[in-house]
Ligand binder design. Structure first.
Ligand code: GLY
Ligand code: MN
Ligand code: MN
Length: 429
């Protein structure tokens, strides 16, 4: 891992908070992710399961966490299983956790090798009535890949058919929606690294540069600051490419007079930042570009002004859309009379602004949440309005990350230049 050690108190507290939510006589089991294969003997690298990381800080494959708060044997109330290393693994793959190191990272005292899992489980499981198991319940998860958690559900149901099974995902969503101070520090570090990358670009971008050269600058800056790299596939979209919301080709030349939409950010210690900026290739906005830019910027600030404790996601989205509608009318993109007669199920503004204003952010970029839960202090959201005008070859999105507090919100990216004048000044220095 490139990141500096994270305090184990984060993971200890997270387990304590989960233990309080389990029914009596319950045991919960969490599996790590598998490294995803490519072809032949290739892999895509390892990305830990967010829940397992949240509860242990263990960033290694083939790890299992078992939590059993009412276990009659206090030593087995929290148990971690680790892939046993060997001389061969040490030669080919390098470092794996020792039990001592894993104890230090996670604060878990009882550690076995993963090969011992079934025998240890059989000594504990009949003291429990309920087994909480994990699955990916993100509302937009469409993956067909079988995870270790999914495989384990099938195995557990076959082996312990008379136990009662419970879903742990809703509890994890409930907990992970509220970030504690240590998590916020990690998010701030991810934002700081993203800022370094973005500032580097302001001196680098000019007509003739390619989108992939910009990508290369960013990854260089991120990795040299202990990030594993991009928090998500970077979108570096010049000109009309910006109107493709998930543009990932990043293979075009940036042309004089065009804008570049950058949706690029770093991860740090598995926590993600999420930034969007739109900058002029030649360092100066045209009058039209600036007008659209400032309209997006006003929507961004408006959203910030209403994103606070007590807000309901759907009402918030609607209010921001109403504000956006008036901006689109002022820009001449929508007609006031047509807007008055529009079908409310299919508002005309969707042609130019077709995505959500905000999402939760944390161990996942589109972090786990429940849309019916009102905004609370400790939640972290993006705010990311955009206007995409295909017929003008122009797309603008601005996106920062906000921590909700009792009295409002804090912009975790307040240091990253966003106003059109400041962007121009920095690009022309
Ligand atoms: N970068 C993904 C998003 O903005 O939601
Ligand atoms: Mn986002
Ligand atoms: Mn983004």
């Amino acid at each position: 891992m490139k990141y500096l050690p994270v305090k184990s108190s984060l993971f200890i507290e997270n387990r304590e908070r989960l233990a309080q939510l389990l029914k009596p006589k319950s045991l919960a089991i969490f599996n790590s992710n598998d490294p995803m294969p490519t072809n032949a003997d290739g892999t895509m690298g390892f990305q830990q399961n967010s829940d397992l990381f949240y509860l242990t800080g263990i960033d290694q494959e083939e790890s299992i966490l078992l939590i059993f708060p009412n276990c009659p044997d206090p030593k087995h109330r929290e148990v971690l299983f680790l892939r046993e290393t060997s001389e061969l693994i040490a030669i080919w793959e390098g470092y794996k956790y020792t039990k001592e190191h894993a104890k230090e990272v996670s604060g878990i005292q009882k550690i076995y090798w993963t090969s011992q899992f079934e025998s240890v489980l059989s000594t504990l499981i009949f003291e429990a009535d309920n087994i909480y198991l994990n699955s990916n319940e993100h509302i937009r998860n469409h993956s067909h890949v079988q995870t270790r958690d999914t495989k384990f559900i099938l195995w557990a149901k076959e082996h312990f058919p008379l136990h009662k099974f419970e879903r742990v995902a809703p509890l994890m969503h409930q907990l992970r929606s509220i970030k504690n101070l240590l998590e916020i520090e990690l998010l701030i570090e991810a934002c700081r690294i993203t800022e370094l990358g973005f500032r580097r670009l302001l001196n680098f971008v000019k007509p003739g540069i390619t989108e992939y050269e910009i990508e290369a600058e960013l990854i260089h800056e991120f990795v040299r600051n202990r990030s594993k790299g991009f928090a998500y596939n970077p979108i570096i979209a010049s000109g009309a490419n910006a109107c493709v919301l998930h543009y990932l080709d990043n293979n075009q030349v940036c042309k004089d007079g065009d804008l570049i939409l950058l949706d690029v950010a770093a991860e740090y210690a598995n926590y993600n930042s999420d930034l969007s900026r739109t900058i002029p290739v030649n360092g100066r906005f045209t009058t039209r570009q600036r007008a659209v830019y400032n309209a997006v910027y006003r929507v961004f600030r408006y959203a910030q002004s209403i994103l606070k404790v007590g807000t309901l996601w759907e009402e918030y989205q609607k209010e921001v859309e109403n504000f956006m509608e008036s901006q689109l009318i002022d820009l001449g993109l929508l007609n006031r009379f047509e807007v008055e007669k529009q079908n409310p199920e299919m508002p005309l503004l969707k042609k130019y602004f077709m995505h959500g204003v905000s999402h939760h952010l944390g161990l996942d970029v589109h972090d786990v949440w429940n849309k019916y839960r009102k905004v609370e202090a400790g939640m972290v959201f993006t705010i990311e309005p955009g206007i995409y005008i295909k017929e003008e070859g122009l797309g603008i999105r601005l996106e920062n990350n906000f921590l909700i507090t009792e009295t409002g919100n804090i912009d975790l990216m307040a240091n990253i230049p966003i106003e059109a004048d400041e962007i121009e000044d920095l690009m022309n220095r």
